[in-house]
Design a protein around this ligand. Structure first.
Ligand code: INI
Length: 155
């Protein structure tokens, strides 16, 4: 018989850190609301969730890596909103944020979840922050729950 390993979505006794960018806070605070709602509705205890605010998505990987390596968390969730403007800044911030979040997970051995929106317009960001396209903060916690349980099983 084929052996299959799947992560559950159980929040009880899971300890998560959520790194939230202040930049575009009108979006990122909605992502955080979705994340908190998802965590508690899957059995997570508020006392097991730590929110850390950073200036922008560019700073997120540095802080996420520190948190992941601290040994205090089963997963780190990164929330941010990178919205294209009229300069190349978007591409630089988005590229470093994505690479950095992946690197934080690989270097720490702890799941670090990419819940950072990268959108062409403010409207696209609003759609993904609790309106018609769901809430990526909620989705990020689902991924964290699954990955944290998977790591427990794999060891
Ligand atoms: N940070 C974001 O999180 N989203 C953005 O859309 C953004 N743009 O477009 O500029 C952004 N820039 C700030 C950046 O993350 C750093 O905080 C800043 O460059 C200081 O290092």
């Amino acid at each position: 018989m084929v052996k299959e390993i799947n992560g559950t979505l159980e929040g009880k006794d899971k300890r998560f850190a959520v790194v939230v960018s202040r930049f575009n806070s009108f979006i990122t605070e909605r992502l955080l609301e979705g994340a908190l709602d998802c965590f508690t509705r899957h059995g997570g205890g508020e006392e097991n969730l730590t929110v850390v605010r950073v200036p922008g998505s560019f700073e997120t990987p540095f802080v996420a890596a520190k948190l992941a390596k601290s040994g205090a968390y089963d997963a780190v969730v990164c929330l941010g909103a990178i919205i294209r403007g009229s300069t190349s800044h978007y591409d630089l911030v988005a590229s470093e944020a994505a690479k950095g979040v992946a690197q934080a997970a690989l270097s720490s051995g702890v799941p670090v979840i990419f819940g950072i929106l990268t959108t062409e317009t403010i409207e696209q960001a609003v759609e993904r922050a609790g309106t018609k396209a769901g809430n990526r903060g909620w989705d990020a916690i689902i991924s964290a729950l699954e990955m944290a349980d998977l790591m427990k099983q794999i060891g």
